[in-house]
Ligand binder design. Sequence first.
Ligand SMILES: NC(=O)c1ccc[n+]([C@@H]2O[C@H](COP(=O)([O-])OP(=O)(O)OC[C@H]3O[C@@H](n4cnc5c(N)ncnc54)[C@H](OP(=O)(O)O)[C@@H]3O)[C@@H](O)[C@H]2O)c1
Length: 270
Amino acid sequence: MLSRVVVTGSTSGVGLALSHALARSGTHVVLAARDLVRAAAVRDSILAAGGRAEVLPLDLADLASVRAAAHALGDAPIECLVNNAAIAGARGTTRDGFEIAFGTNHLGPCLFTRLLLPRITGRVVHLGSGSHASVTGIDWERCTQGTRSWTGIDEYAVSKLAVTAFHHELTRRLRDARSPVLSVLADPGDVATRAYRHVPWPVRVWMTRSMKTPDEGAETPLFCVRGTVEHGGAYVDARPDTTSATSRDPALGRALWSRSARWVGLAEPS
Ligand SMILES: NC(=O)c1ccc[n+]([C@@H]2O[C@H](COP(=O)([O-])OP(=O)(O)OC[C@H]3O[C@@H](n4cnc5c(N)ncnc54)[C@H](OP(=O)(O)O)[C@@H]3O)[C@@H](O)[C@H]2O)c1
């Protein structure tokens, strides 16, 4: 049983299934979410089943909200942070003017992770996606503009490359600092969730019919939260996996780390 685990995006899909699974095993789950009505309903169902849960307001597309959420968590230790929340297929910019997928899926979680790191005692689990391997770099200029592709899928892939590169860079930095905290990447596989709600109805039904259920999709993240994993490991179907060469490139990791720090307003030692 884990003491306190923070799960972002706990109102839907994989994050919802993961939150219930953790609560069933006695873990106190912090349900970090932007939709407070749905989050309260999740909390109430966990409490009704005898579990422990609380709601934390968090909008990852708003850096002020990320800072407020990190502050609201207080000084008590956090055993694990699960950076699960993400958007796919959306277009636009975040409140701070970053491309919506890059800002929501990478920059918000990056700031949240870095603010919480001194309080995290066990692990940071990032939700990856095989789509990260479909792109071979990050166009920094496009990260500060509105979504260019019609479907937003290209930008989603770039955001997941950023998540994966951030995981590898965090791994290197924690190792250099001799920190006991583990960084782990979980790819849930193809899961039939609200992530596909932008896909037109008949295509959506056809696409999602052979996908995992949210409970099945939560198995790898659950394994990464409490199973025997390696620092820096990436897992698919609860088994070790390899991420793309681009995502593991230390030069990309360093550039992403320092650029992201500047963009989210974190001071970096010179
Ligand atoms: N489904 C797949 O096939 C698949 C494949 C590979 C990787 N993944 C990854 O698995 C993770 C979970 O995805 P899912 O399929 O479970 O998606 P989902 O059902 O759409 O759930 C996404 C969650 O993220 C939350 N979220 C979105 N934007 C947010 C914001 N600005 N601030 C705070 N929370 C926000 C959503 O909240 P709202 O309810 O308020 O929208 C929702 O709770 C994601 O990281 C995704 O990239 C999924």
